[in-house]
Design a binder for this molecule. Structure first.
Ligand SMILES: *[C@@H]1O[C@H](CO)[C@@H](O)[C@H](O)[C@H]1NC(C)=O
Ligand SMILES: *[C@@H]1O[C@H](CO)[C@@H](O)[C@H](O)[C@H]1NC(C)=O
Ligand SMILES: *[C@@H]1O[C@H](CO)[C@@H](O)[C@H](O)[C@H]1NC(C)=O
Ligand SMILES: *[C@@H]1O[C@H](CO)[C@@H](O)[C@H](O)[C@H]1NC(C)=O
Length: 324
């Protein structure tokens, strides 16, 4: 008895649940929970009508939750849409269960929750889908003050700028040896139109030298992920342009210079030998002829001028010294 009544009760209960469910879910709208949009690109808010039997769609309405404006509407065989919104299916008709909404050019302001309402000949259904929008910082651009012709040991200010990011990012600085100079840099973040951000980081290299010319900056988003990097080479004044030109000259002139040098040194050598020989013979002749007169001088190995200077000195001072 009790088991029979309880079975009946359970059976009736189950039947009720099933009936309730089937009437509720004869037509159902299934939407993706969330779509991660990117600024300036398309966003697909995907919703599909699911029905047990084939149904005909009477109306479709897309709105923002909490907003009154209709973004896209199908009603009485007519489509109406706001600028930048359309059915994702290129030639949608009321037999098509894919009622997805396409945003053709996603803006930061499009972030939010969207609602889709569908009426069919077998019942009505509603669902929501949320859209998040991010934007990436562009590859940074770099510049310096002064720009070019920078002298050694002068201060150089380098800029690293990036735009189009979402939320305040960071800029890190490194030299060519990988040292982190971020602490010495100043970052300015500004919100630009449509909720995007621009970053400008200023880093002054004190007494810049040409052994540290290459500086790299990295742009990171609010979550610390790298979104772009750039490198910059300080344009020092061409201080070694002269020596470079000389070097080029040397390279191009060595070809004809070598024989000239060889021949030239041969001639010089010969001349020197000739001169030495002549001088030796002249000295020998002089020594022989002046020997009795210049007895106080030892001229053999000395230069003529030294000899003269000593001669003058000895005329004035060395004679008394000698006499003491
Ligand atoms: C709905 O249509 C869009 C646009 O054609 C497509 O990208 C998407 O995959 C479709 N969804 C399904 C479930 O077919
Ligand atoms: C970066 O921004 C600074 C400050 O706004 C500006 O002076 C500099 O010219 C900019 N550089 C580039 C490469 O845009
Ligand atoms: C560079 O320095 C900054 C500031 O001190 C720091 O936050 C960052 O983690 C450093 N980055 C690396 C790669 O060392
Ligand atoms: C500067 O350094 C960066 C990173 O080390 C490197 O990728 C780049 O090629 C360097 N640029 C020059 C001109 O040396």
């Amino acid at each position: 008895m009790t088991s029979a009544t309880s079975f009946l009760f359970v059976a009736i209960h189950l039947a009720c649940i099933r009936a309730g469910n089937s009437s509720e879910s004869f037509v159902k709208l299934e939407c993706k929970e969330e779509y991660h949009g990117v600024y300036g690109q398309q966003s697909l808010l995907e919703c599909i009508v699911k029905a047990v039997q084939s149904v005909t769609i009477l109306t479709v309405t897309w709105k923002r939750v909490g907003g009154d404006a209709i973004l896209l509407e199908y009603h009485k065989h007519e489509n109406a849409s706001a600028l930048g919104y359309k059915f994702a299916m290129p030639s949608w008709n009321n037999k098509n269960m894919n009622v997805s909404l396409l945003l053709t050019n996603t803006k930061m302001a499009d972030k939010g929750v969207y609602e889709c309402m569908v009426n069919t000949d077998r019942g009505d259904t509603t669902a929501t889908i949320s859209l998040s929008v991010t934007a990436k910082y562009k590859t940074p651009t770099m510049s310096s003050i002064p720009e070019t012709n920078i002298k050694e040991n002068t201060d150089v200010t380098i800029f690293c700028n990036s735009t189009g990011g979402y939320q305040t990012g960071l800029i890190w600085w490194f030299d060519q040896f990988g040292s982190n100079w971020t602490r010495s840099a100043e970052l300015v973040a500004k919100e630009t139109e449509d909720g995007l951000f621009s970053l400008s980081s200023k880093f002054t290299v004190l007494k810049a030298t040409s052994s540290y010319t290459n500086y790299t900056c990295k742009v990171l988003n609010v979550n610390g992920a790298e979104e772009g990097m750039a490198s910059f080479v300080i344009q020092f004044a061409p201080r070694d342009l002269g020596s470079k030109a000389d070097h080029l000259d040397i390279v191009s002139t060595t070809k004809w210079l070598a024989p000239v040098v060889v021949i030239g040194s041969l001639i010089i050598g010969l001349l020197a030998a000739l001169l030495l020989f002549k001088r030796r013979s002249a000295q020998r002749a002089r020594r022989q002829s002046t020997f009795p007169l210049m007895s106080g001088h030892q001229t053999d190995t000395r230069h003529d001028q030294d000899v003269e200077a000593e001669g003058l000195n000895s005329d004035r001072t060395s004679i008394p010294v000698f006499s003491n």
